[in-house]
Write a protein that binds this ligand. Structure first.
Ligand code: NAP
Length: 301
């Protein structure tokens, strides 16, 4: 049996995309949604992101067999508390947050009597808000589930089947391992992008006009990432603190190593690293996780 009544809390990029994907790929399931922002609720209703846009989170979860929280990771606990009383006893609760250990803890504390299976669809864009959603967001992307040990296997299988129906591939992981992996593949790259764009904008000897004019020299691709939602990313760094600091330490050491290679004119060291990294890019394209075109095939989004 698949989920029939799905409640989505938070109707921005992820929540909106989820509602659209369910409508497209699971037409027999009904969706109800809530967002804390009244303007987002209105826009979600206009765009038809979910079947019913509710005035409260409690209304949205009434009768639901699956509730998915699509709010910033720092807002998970408060969002869960707003509907805790109205949540049906047998409903499965999940989320889409970008960090997992702290979210798992927050949800377990807020909803101690429910089946909670934290999840992270590794799919997104630098856009946010209800207008950014699109139903194909999860197609051919990985969705990582981090089920606690005491959750029934049948519930994990049901949630896996739900995400597979939306086009995603499933991976089961321990939450701490998830946080370490995502620190290096997603969180540190965002931190580097935010920092380099900040550094360029603070320079006194290079004008802002020059930075923008010559951005195709690599800077432009960093600005795409650095345009990502400030609330979401503030929360990711505050909630995945340990793993990010661990990976940042290693990155800083490697950066210092490169600094030394440049200073000493160690051509082989530079060339070897740049050759190795090119292979990683090829692997990503070969596995269908990106597009080899110079615009990454992203013009439509
Ligand atoms: P978003 O577009 O900003 O949407 C989040 C929505 O949640 C906003 O409309 C926000 O309203 C609302 N919200 C905040 N607190 C709430 C509460 N207590 N109750 C109900 N609604 C609340 O963000 P997003 O990109 O969809 O991200 C949502 C989650 O997905 C985050 O946990 C993020 O880590 C994760 N994620 C994001 C990506 C990505 O690429 N963007 C990818 C994978 C996972 P306000 O604007 O009024 O705060």
């Amino acid at each position: 049996m698949s989920f029939q009544r799905i409640a989505i809390i938070g109707l921005g990029l992820l929540g909106g995309s989820l509602g659209l994907a369910i409508a497209q790929r699971l037409p027999n399931a009904s969706t109800a949604g809530f967002d804390a922002d009244p303007a987002t609720r209105d826009r979600a209703a206009q765009l038809g992101l979910v079947g019913t846009v509710c005035g409260t989170a409690a209304e949205a979860v009434a009768g639901a067999d699956l509730v998915i929280l699509c709010v910033p990771v720092g807002a998970m606990s408060n969002a869960a508390l707003t509907f805790a009383e109205a949540l049906p006893a047998d409903a499965v609760v999940s989320d889409v947050g970008s960090s997992k250990a702290s979210v798992a803890k927050a949800l377990a504390q807020a909803l101690p009597h429910h089946t909670i299976i934290p999840a992270h669809p590794v799919a997104g864009t630098e856009q946010s808000g209800p207008d950014a959603g699109f139903g194909e967001l999860f197609a051919h992307r990985w969705c990582i589930l981090t089920p606690p040990a005491d959750v029934p296997e049948s519930a994990v299988e049901k949630l896996s089947a739900f995400w597979e129906a939306l086009g995603a591939n499933i991976e089961i992981m321990d939450p701490d391992h998830h946080d370490l992996v995502l620190a290096v593949t997603s969180h540190i790259p965002h931190l580097i992008a935010y920092t380099i764009v900040g550094t360029a904008s603070d320079l006194e000897e290079v004008t802002r006009g020059e930075v923008i004019k010559y951005s195709a020299g690599g800077f432009r691709d960093f600005t795409r990432i650095a345009a990502s939602d400030p609330t979401m990313w503030r929360d990711v760094f505050l909630n995945n603190r340990e793993a990010v600091l661990e990976m940042l330490g290693r990155f800083t050491e490697d950066l210092t190593d490169m600094q030394r290679a440049i200073r000493r004119g160690d051509a082989d060291k530079l060339f070897d690293l740049f050759t190795r990294t090119r292979d990683i890019r090829r692997g990503i394209v070969e596995q269908g996780q990106d597009d080899a075109r110079p615009d990454f095939g992203r013009k439509d989004h």
